[in-house]
Design a protein around this ligand. Structure first.
Ligand code: VG1
Ligand code: CO
Length: 544
């Protein structure tokens, strides 16, 4: 079959963000746009000849077309074998699992994660390296640099492949294996958790759970794991069929976008446990009956209870959290006598720590938790981890969380997002903050004493690479913090994220609504950053 060399011109906007390249579908569908980026990835890789590549996505609109293009380009560039999830489906954690298990050179994951899907909505593509994790900054920089100098790409002239049939197919000299997207991942989960105990819990006739897959990628995984393998009644998984537009919803598992699940868990006759995951299956939200757990608390609680889970019984090497994530897990780490690392936002910064064996668990405030079992955050893993704890402790979600707060104190936490802000105004806000913080050290605001403020910069302790400008941190003498940063995953305008945290050791003060408990900090944040002035918005668009 002939390999064609197609002349092209660079696009200037192919710089990967927090998690790959994300744009509107209409941008990806411009002639040569996707092809250029894929060629830039391939050109930035070492020897590809005969190597294995993993390809799959979250099933959103344009997933199938993109996969056909990528397969033909992979064949033209010399890959020996590509593993593709049937129907083009692979959750991000499942892709990470496959890359590691089959010693692939890397993987291409097609997803814009929690962003909406459909012809008018978003698409995304990211590259994961041979450890199964998101390409580190040096690699994404190399891809971006290459994207700016491309003059041609190579593609095999061939018919589209049938993606829905399991089997081994050929594209010129390359083999394409269409595999079951769930098998390997389900096996890995079974090797980590106490499935017998979880099965007992889910079939005891008393405990009830609901899993909401939000019509995104985890549907097939959740049906298999919870209903088939672990015995939960059929119907436990809601919205379990992946749809190209996620049923018109926002596949983001938080109190705002997963409202169907929230209504069930906060309604009458609520089940004991509720969980949801995002577009590509790497995020999770955990709910108890009439009870919400912040992702930061969830990370801390998983760490404190890890000894109850077979895979982590022998102890944790260390924990890491992204900088804006609350410091709840720091307290658990201190108690366990293990290291706790603070990294910039984005899973790629955990990779080196995991590879070097310095950490076992890691997480982000944005509903992401994971461990050294793969190199991505993992929604269903977190849900199984909670079920394992619930089965072992025989207590309710709320009892477990309240007990945790009694022992370690509560870190009140909230994130305020201002979406779709004019980019120039958002940058001006940050510029203004950079100059403001220079004068803030030691200042007293109300009865809040500022003890530090800086622009977060991270030196990777393994390879010493430095990442600057990762967000503005303002710390107070009582341990409270305010963090400001701009999102790196949006596709329209800018999103300002304001992260707020306050520590409360006293049990009698642990029962407030976080928005009330954080009220003073919220005012200080709005004031210091002049949020209304710069954004023109009276209040945040999303509060989590
Ligand atoms: C957001 C989150 C970040 C997460 C990233 C990718 O990034 O804040 O914690 O790692 O999304 O998650 P940003 O730059 O918009 O704040 V996912 O589930 O989109 O792969
Ligand atoms: Co995601």
């Amino acid at each position: 079959m002939p390999i064609q060399t197609i002349p092209t011109r660079p696009f200037a906007d192919q710089k990967p963000g927090t998690s790959g390249l994300r744009k509107k579908v209409s941008i990806f569908r411009q002639p040569h746009y996707l092809e250029n980026f894929v060629q830039a990835i391939f050109d930035s890789l070492p020897e590809k000849q005969g190597q294995t590549l993993v390809v799959g996505g979250d099933g959103r609109y344009y997933n199938r077309q993109a996969i056909q293009i990528i397969l033909k380009m992979a064949a033209a560039t010399g890959f020996g074998r590509v593993l593709v999830g049937r129907g083009g489906i692979l959750s991000t954690p499942a892709a990470s699992c496959l890359i590691r298990k089959y010693a692939a050179l890397g993987g291409i994951i097609l997803s814009a994660s929690h962003n909406p899907g459909g012809p008018q909505a978003d698409f995304g593509i990211k590259y994961n390296t041979e450890n199964g994790g998101p390409a580190p900054e040096q690699v994404t920089e190399a891809i971006f640099a290459r994207s700016k100098s491309l003059s041609a790409y190579k593609i095999l002239q061939a018919e589209d492949l049938e993606l829905d049939r399991l089997g081994v197919f050929r594209l010129d000299t390359m083999t394409v294996e269409i595999i079951d997207p769930v098998n390997d991942y389900a096996q890995l989960m079974e090797s980590l958790f106490d499935f017998d105990r979880i099965r007992e819990l889910l079939t005891n006739g008393q405990f009830r759970m609901v899993m909401d897959s939000l019509h995104a990628v985890t549907g097939p995984y959740a049906h298999r794991l919870f209903e088939q393998r672990l015995g939960a009644p059929l119907g436990t998984v809601h919205n379990g069929e992946p749809l190209e537009d996620f049923g018109g919803g926002h596949p983001d598992p938080n109190l705002v976008y997963a409202h169907e699940l929230v209504d069930i868990l906060f309604g009458e006759h609520a089940p004991d446990f509720g969980a949801a995951s995002d577009g590509d299956g790497d995020r999770n939200m955990i709910l108890g009956r009439h009870f919400f757990i912040t992702p930061s608390d969830s990370l801390a609680i998983l760490a404190a209870n890890a000894h109850l889970v077979p895979a982590y019984r022998s102890g944790l090497a260390g924990i890491a959290r992204s900088m804006p994530t609350s410091q709840a897990c720091d307290r658990v780490a201190a108690h366990l006598g293990i290291d706790c690392y603070e990294t910039p936002t984005g899973w790629k910064f955990f990779g080196n720590l995991l590879d070097a064996g310095r950490i076992t668990l890691c997480g982000e405030e944005s509903f992401g938790t994971g461990s050294n079992h793969i190199r991505e955050k993992d929604g269903l893993w977190a849900i199984l981890f909670w079920l394992n704890i619930l089965a072992a402790r025989q207590q309710s979600v709320e009892e477990i969380v309240r007990h945790h707060w009694r022992v370690y104190g509560r870190n009140y936490y909230s994130r305020h997002d201002y979406e779709n802000v004019d980019s120039d105004r958002a940058n001006a806000l940050m510029e203004n903050l950079y100059s403001t913080i220079k004068t803030l050290n030691g200042k007293l605001i109300g009865n809040h004493q500022i003890t530090y403020c800086d622009d977060f910069s991270y030196t990777d302790p393994v390879d010493y690479s430095v990442s600057r400008n990762q967000g503005i941190r303002i710390g107070f003498s009582d341990g409270s913090r305010i963090v400001f940063r701009l999102s790196g995953t949006g596709t329209q305008g800018a999103t300002l994220r304001v992260y707020l945290e306050r520590y409360e050791p006293k049990v009698s003060n642990q029962n407030f609504d976080p928005q009330i408990a954080l009220k003073h900090l919220i005012h200080i944040a709005e004031d210091l950053a002049q949020i209304r002035y710069y954004t023109g918005m009276e209040k945040p668009t999303v509060i989590t």
